[in-house]
Design a protein around this ligand. Sequence first.
Ligand code: ATP
Ligand code: MG
Length: 335
Amino acid sequence: SLLTKGDVQRLDLETFNPQLISIYKSLIPSQEEVQKQRKFLTHLDRLVTRDWGGAKLFLFGSCANDFGVCNSDIDVCLSVDDEHSSKAELVMRMAGILRSDDMQNVQALTHARVPIVKFTDPDTGINCDICVNNMLAVVNSKLLHDYSQVDPRLRQLAFLVKHWAKQRQVNETYRGTLSSYAYVLMCIHFLQQRRPAILPCLQKMQPTYEVTVGKIKCAYFDKVNTLKNFGTGNKESIAELLTCFFEYWASFHDYNHAVISVRTGSFLSKDEKDWTRRIGNERHLICIEDPFEITHDLGRVVDRHSIRVLRDEFKRAARILRQGPNPAVALFEPF
Ligand code: ATP
Ligand code: MG
């Protein structure tokens, strides 16, 4: 069971909560930065539509999902209808277009699990990754964005958790820790579980948005403007929520059996997902179901070593938030 208000009274919430809110505010991208991103995207879009008939660009990731802190990279998805070329070939073609436009450090990572081209725009200094025909990422970015519109505490909590994860070096999938996407799903699920709930389960409501990507049908209620009051029955502050979030992952989550599922707004069991054995490099030591690609466990990158690192970091965060001193500083101390 989750902690209640009384459990976190020992925190000096009067001073801690405003400190957290000001850290959150300092992470929000400035108007100038947003303008700069728009300018860059307009340029990129013109470039691609001019040189590649039928190609379209879609924004996804932190620039599209409302969870982008300042100076984030921009994630773009190139959509082309071309059955004859591999993703690697399409990425190479995109790289050629970018080089001819004098973009800097253009690298085509054709052998990556998800082939991408990375580059830097010399005018704005923006770093951008472009992948090909990955529309599921565009749709899951919209889902995250829609959740962020329901209650402002989600964006605040997720910014603080992402900031903590970056400072503590536990936001590195290539080293066996979790992606930003996984952390945001953990925050959404956590807020779905509060009593009273702070977030609904949009995929269990009557769908108002439906798309099919490959074989996967994505459907959910996206008229989130009508849900602005959903969480108002719960008065928990961001300081309480952040503390309970870390205490949950430090001490209460059932790592042996439970799967967190934003899709159902509940917990599933590893048994029913058949996530009980290691298959190849995929272990299931912390299980986070992708909301659309439901056979996909976002925790599969976590191994025997990194699960320890992660759980120790959750415990450290919970201890600091419980005991201080000066939790708003200590929590985010660089590893
Ligand atoms: P950051 O600010 O750290 O760049 P981000 O929101 O861009 O955060 P990433 O983890 O870089 O988050 O992921 C970018 C997008 O890629 C996500 O919004 C999601 O759409 C998609 N994505 C990332 N990892 C996965 C994954 N394992 N499975 C499916 N989609 C993923
Ligand atoms: Mg990103």
